[in-house]
Design a protein around this ligand. Structure first.
Ligand SMILES: [Zn+2]
Length: 296
């Protein structure tokens, strides 16, 4: 086991009351600690996607690190992860009823990990998220990442065949719909504050589910992805700009991340995180009273 992994607790009960230096009683989650891990990797679109925050459904692009790129917000990623993590926990205990966004219990593992604000026992309780997903930018320029007119035409044609009755007037709005192409690559940096081994095990299972569900618009089933983790570090020395420079996408769509791997020195390896994920069922069993404290 790497030194870095050895230093991390297996599980922390963030709902447990603790005493501060001033002898004040406080739940652990409110203690200020500046202790984090950054998961560095890249995601590849397996499917078309639409990452948009505007009403006309245009793709979110921004000039960053020398070119116009598609961006993929950390908030979008976190929202998908939270739902996936909730689904995993429900699989182990069917009585688990915490649900985002309307029924957050503010007392389970997911709430102590992804945060929230809710009225509990007559008072408002708010928990800050321990998960900070930073916004990702495409390696490819937006011109290369967004479908061009010919491909677009083929896709629209396919769409029309499925959705339009014969003789129906062509839908005007469909012309404004553009999509991000499969094989678009997004390096990412996800930060876990006050991390535990259990967090890492859950994180890996969670991103696999999130990737299979997709990050497209709700219910569209668009935007499935695959994730490669390059390493888990305890600093922010490697930046998005470094990753955008170092990761190369070859003409055949294959990703060469060998230069990016060299940027990461001491880290918890992907294999170590995978080993933790394999222990997830035992860990959930071991800590279930703390993961789901509201269950009988
Ligand atoms: Zn909850």
């Amino acid at each position: 086991m790497s030194d870095m992994l050895e230093k991390i607790p297996e599980f922390v009960d963030f709902g447990k009351a603790t005493k501060t230096a001033d002898d004040e009683e406080l739940e652990r989650v409110y203690l200020r600690e500046n202790n984090y891990l950054a998961v560095i990797g890249y995601k590849t679109l397996e499917d078309f996607a639409r990452f948009t925050s505007s009403e006309d459904l245009s793709i979110d692009t921004i000039e960053y690190a020398g070119k116009d790129r598609v961006y993929f917000t950390g908030l979008k990623r976190r929202a998908v992860y939270r739902r996936a993590s909730e689904a995993i926990l429900r699989e182990y205990t069917s009585d688990y009823s915490c649900a985002t966004p309307d029924h957050q219990c503010m007392n389970c593992y997911n709430c102590y990990t992804y945060g929230g604000t809710n009225l509990v026992k007559g008072e408002t309780k708010s928990i800050r998220s321990r998960m900070k997903m930073t916004t990702s930018y495409s390696i490819q320029s937006s011109i290369d990442a967004v479908v061009d007119e010919d491909e677009f035409h083929i896709m629209v044609h396919r769409d029309l065949e499925m959705s339009q009755e014969e003789g129906e007037q062509e839908k005007g709005s469909i012309h404004t719909i553009t999509l991000i192409k499969p094989n678009t690559v997004f390096p990412f940096i996800d930060i876990i504050f006050n991390p535990t081994k259990f967090d890492l095990a859950m994180y890996l299972e969670t991103i696999e589910r999130g990737d299979a569900e997709g990050y497209g618009s709700k219910g569209s089933l668009l935007g499935t992805m695959s994730t490669e983790i390059l390493g888990v570090v305890d600093n922010l020395d490697v930046t998005h700009r470094d990753l955008l420079d170092a990761i190369k996408v070859k003409d055949d769509g294959k990703v060469d991340a060998s230069e990016a791997e060299k940027l990461i020195d001491e880290s918890i390896s992907k294999e170590e995180v995978e080993n933790l994920k394999d222990e997830l069922p035992e860990l959930i069993e071991k800590y279930k009273e703390k993961i789901y404290p509201d269950l009988e």
